[in-house]
Design a protein around this ligand. Structure first.
Ligand code: SMG
Ligand code: MG
Length: 373
């Protein structure tokens, strides 16, 4: 097998970018996004990737320092050893002996895929199977200090054109904020995300959310509790959606078959890459389960890939694919701008966007380059 372009070096840039508003979820608050940007250098040109692991292992077990270490010490040696056998399609197989670390693997796959597509002159959207030129966008709203502040914030996002609003909830911040937003804004598309903050003992309490005609409730229970989600789903009228639990297309198929969810949030980092994300989409579509594209506060790099993914036919609900200005004063790439509640799918080769070299340099706190041996 010699149809790939061998890697000659990989650069790891740890980047810190301040968020325009702090983002609070049930597991913590972020005011600055620390991202790991990868640049792969290959015989046929460069490619960019972004690792969505968070600074601390609070969303999932992965975290940035671990991702950096596993990439440098365990994943790159395997990619270098693959030589010209390394294609984006082959990458997951090359790394399969390393267990877990899906966000780290996904970032490498994204960069290798980007290099490949740039060399071929093909866009991410075309490669993944996009059928739309623009995607409907929602916005994910963190937990602010008060219900009044929340209503104010939601009003601002709706005025900007977002087509759906997602509220973060946790015990003690659920019925009241949801009621306030529903009463103030009428029949908007509204959904909630609990980031696994509840247990099955809260089933009756969560059932009170049925009164608000939500699009869905996202990940109310722990990541490994498919059975609990199935029991809860049977007791609620509101559709259950899984995020953290869905770590592969196989798990998606299992979750659907046991009745643990009827909608799936697709995040490429969480499932090990954009190619597996497409397989999650395929499994769900075949089962008649709607999917939407999740978000991990990506820079324009990850956003470009997410928007391309969200243009696949099964992505029938608006995603957490918000415009650059929802997150940053300035994005790492040219900004993604909302038009009529939609973002345009990039059409250029690969991701169709690149980091601005000056901003990348200015915002990088640690940079290291790992050359091929
Ligand atoms: O990228 O707009 C975004 C954030 C979307 O709410 C969002 N993501 O559980 O779905 C989720 C969270 C995980 C990241 S919180 C830092
Ligand atoms: Mg979520």
């Amino acid at each position: 097998m010699a149809d790939g372009a061998a890697l000659t070096a990989v650069e790891l840039h740890r980047v810190e970018i301040p968020l325009v508003t702090p983002f609070r979820t049930s597991f913590g608050t972020q005011s600055v996004r620390t991202a790991l940007v990868l640049r792969v250098r290959t015989e046929r040109g460069d490619g960019w990737g972004e690792c969505v692991a968070e600074l601390e292992p609070l969303y999932s077990s992965e975290f940035l320092d671990a991702a950096e270490l596993v990439i440098a010490d365990h994943l790159l040696p395997r990619l270098f050893a693959a030589g010209r056998g390394l294609t984006a399609d082959a990458l997951a197989g090359v790394l399969a002996s390393v267990k877990g670390h899906r966000m780290a693997k996904a970032a490498l796959e994204m960069a290798v895929l980007d290099a490949e597509l740039r060399a071929e002159g093909v866009s991410f959207g075309a490669r993944l199977g996009a059928v739309r030129t623009a995607v409907d966008c929602g916005v994910s709203v963190g937990i602010p200090e008060s219900v009044e502040a929340l209503v104010e914030l939601v009003g601002r996002y709706l005025a900007q054109g977002y087509r759906r609003v997602k509220l973060k909830i946790e015990p003690g911040w659920d019925l009241e904020p949801v009621r306030a937003v529903r009463e103030r804004f009428g029949g908007i598309a509204l959904q909630v995300d609990a980031n696994a903050a509840y247990t099955l003992a809260d089933a009756e309490h969560l059932r009170a959310l049925d009164a608000f005609e939500l699009v869905l409730i996202e990940q109310p229970l722990p990541e490994d509790d498919l059975r609990g989600h199935a029991e809860l789903a049977a007791r609620l009228r509101t559709p259950l959606c899984l995020d953290e639990s869905i770590t592969s297309a196989r798990v998606a198929a299992e979750a659907i078959s046991v009745g643990a969810c009827s909608i799936v949030n697709v995040k490429a980092g969480r499932v090990g890459g954009y190619l597996e994300a497409v397989r999650v989409h395929d499994v769900c579509r075949a089962a008649g389960v709607a999917v939407w594209c999740g978000g991990m506060l990506e820079t324009g790099l990850g956003r470009a890939a997410n928007v391309a993914l969200a243009a696949l036919p099964g992505f029938t609900l608006p995603g957490d694919t918000s415009a650059s200005e929802r997150y940053w004063v300035q994005d790492l790439t040219d900004p993604f701008v909302l038009h009529d509640g939609r973002l345009a799918v990039p059409t250029g080769p690969g991701l169709g966007v690149e980091p601005d070299p000056d901003r990348l340099r200015a915002w990088t706190t640690v940079r290291r380059s790992v050359p091929a041996p």
